[in-house]
Design a protein around this ligand. Structure first.
Ligand code: DGL
Length: 269
């Protein structure tokens, strides 16, 4: 048993979708979440800058006595995970591998779609991971750079003409390719599940990368006897820039009334 908290980070609010899943699956765990809101979005940045930001994000989380880190960011998971793991004595979990394993399990047509940030798609990491599991599965990727700013601004609902039009455009090549499984490879995208599901149609299985990472976390903590004792877990939110609507938006991501959010000067880490 280990009651120390789990550290979770993302560029902004998106990783809170993973926190919501962790809280469902592991209700006894304490969580410290950091959203790098002063530098969101990460999705168009270079691997060098992403590694620098990710090291600072992990550095902040490690200023607490945590037992594991969940990189609740597809972009960092695709570009900086091996370095972060090599530099850490703690378990560091990303979102790519668990999502790929699930996608390979689900697909019957052997055509898997991937929507993610430009940096994630450019990295080729989802393709490499899937090829290592099953080389006969084809991955059709589409970068969706406008999704993160839209979601961060609360524009993700069915009926929002702007979101629906952009989603139609991004998803058209995946529909034409006949994918039967779609990895939502960015932790902001679960908020768009209804919009994406409506466009892709009922026959397409949507994979929530953050949810798959939450299951992976449970397996890891169970295997290392590091689960928390059975009492209600709590979470605490930190952000590098707290704008007026942060708490309200965070509440939408978590489906909860969020506790006070604390500011962090991330340049100190
Ligand atoms: N939510 C993150 C991801 O999973 C980052 C998105 C962004 O900041 O561009 O990729």
């Amino acid at each position: 048993m280990d009651d120390r908290p789990i550290g979770v980070f993302d560029s902004g609010l998106g990783g809170l979708t993973a926190v919501a899943e962790i809280r469902k699956i592991l209700p006894f765990e304490n969580i410290i979440y950091f959203g790098d809101t002063s530098r969101v979005p990460y999705g168009g940045r270079s691997p060098e800058i992403l590694l620098k930001y990710a090291r600072q994000d992990v550095g902040f989380l490690r200023s607490f006595d945590i037992k594991a880190v969940v990189v609740a960011c597809g972009t960092v998971s695709t570009t900086a995970l091996p370095q972060l793991k090599a530099e850490s004595d703690l378990p560091i979990l990303g979102v790519v591998e668990p999502a790929c394993r699930r996608a390979v399990k689900m697909t019957k047509s052997k055509k898997v779609g991937l929507i993610a940030t430009a940096a994630s798609v450019r990295s080729g990491q989802y393709e490499r991971t899937i090829a290592a599991i099953d080389p006969t599965v084809e991955v059709i990727g589409a970068a969706c750079p406008l999704f993160v700013p839209l979601v961060e601004n609360g524009r993700y609902r069915v009926g929002d003409a702007v979101v629906e039009q952009i989603a139609e455009e991004y998803l058209a090549p995946l529909r034409e390719a006949g994918v039967d499984t779609l990895i939502m490879g960015c932790t902001h995208y679960p908020l768009l599940t209804e919009v994406v599901g409506k466009i892709m149609g009922e026959g397409v299985e949507l994979i929530n990368a953050g949810a798959e990472a939450a299951w992976e976390l449970k397996r890891t903590l169970t295997a290392t006897d590091a689960l928390a004792n059975e009492r209600e877990g709590a979470y605490k939110l930190y952000a590098s820039d707290i704008t007026g609507d942060f708490a309200a938006l965070a509440g939408q991501f978590l489906n909860d009334t969020v506790p006070a959010v604390e500011g962090v000067d991330i340049d100190q880490y």
